[in-house]
Write a protein that binds this ligand. Sequence first.
Ligand SMILES: [Zn+2]
Length: 488
Amino acid sequence: MALKFYNTLTGKKEIFKPFKNKKVNFFVCGPTVYDFSHIGHARTYIAFDALVKYLKKIGYSVFYLQNITDIDDKIIERAKQEKVSFKDLSKRFEKEYLKDMKDLRVDSVDQYARAADYIKEIISQVERLLEKGFAYQISDGIYYDIKKFKDYGKLSKRTAQEAEDAVSRIDEAKEKRNKGDFCLWKISKPNEPKWKSPFGEGRPGWHIEDTAITEKYFGPQYDIHGGANELIFPHHEAEIAQMEAVSGKKPLVKYWTHTGLLTVNGIKMSKSLKNFISISEFLKNHSSRILRLFILKSHYRSPIDYNEKAIKQTEKELERIDEFVEKIRHPERSEGSRIKRPAAGFFGRSLPSSEVKGPQNDIAKKIILKTKKYYQSAMADDFNTPKALAAIFDLVKKGNKLIEQNKLSAKQAQEIYNLMLKFDKVLGILPIKKKLVIPQEIKKLVQKREKARQVKDWARADQIRQQIKKKGYKTEDTLRGPKIKKAK
Ligand SMILES: [Zn+2]
């Protein structure tokens, strides 16, 4: 099934075809590390994490690169307020960011690149833009002349700032040639961080760090650039202007992809309203799985409104999934569930497979096939996670019904569970199984007990079970043989 992908540059869904066969170079704008990351950031990074995992799952080899802005006006300002060095401040919030991402199971980034580590590459790009006449120097730095680049505005379909632009970072300077010219290199003021350059001691502008970093890793062209919607202008517009002017090659990026806005109770998050919800704050009261499900329930391009009611609803949905997974994972445990199992004895390995024969088998098979088909076609259609999740919810509903009617065999339960696990490699909403390290001594006791059970020496088997219990473990007899667990 061909993957269709929406491209902000063309405003259309297109068949996804990377520059080189199955190889995908993927870049996403990372955080400016001057504060805690909020759930708006989580939205973007969870969506792209799932997208990368999906692309890998369907056979692409993806290199996921993300920058970290560790030198910026906001960082300098906050460091001054807190009377710490800009480095200490950015390091602190970089650590917080990486921890948040780990907690959210965002683990698909192959390379993080800190701006301050790429000063040489940044200077080289600024030099080339000066040589080619796209940039000019004034007293406070080097600026890009947007009038020199005729394609300026091709991504956002505009060339001027608008009142609602949240992240502009077009530096104001009286000597600028055009109002929309943006800064490439800032001459540092006293007590500001600085690096030596041919144009004077200074520091990079914000937009140039991305193209310097992507040129270093990917060259002048690459496959996908992602970011939040609000970065389209001027940030991504500036990136195109910088790199396409330097290299003479276009497009810089084949597919531009943007995530929709996340509001809180219908209102945009802002410093002045103090309605920011940081990721760590959210995770104090909820599991990360709830945030992932909440975010993936919406299409990545749609706006999302965060509110208590919506989170409560998501909690309920996740509970439903968890209960179902528990039933299909442990048919032997759930009292109420009536998953088909052999009528007599323990449901041990020695017993024949408990396949349900006949039309009932067909029902389960059909449901599994249908879910797969729905999931795959939803994901291939511009990564439609809400539709894919709807297919999973439908599977849960139908699976529960089969269990109720005593029509699901243990083997089919296992098949459904495997399917859920497969989906979850992309979605990341099921609980992570913690790997338990079982001591050799316990394993040996369990083996002994199995032998006793095989010769029907129940007294001996029970005695060994007590021994295992004393050592803090317990063993459960499952369809797949004995399962060792830590006794609570
Ligand atoms: Zn960026």
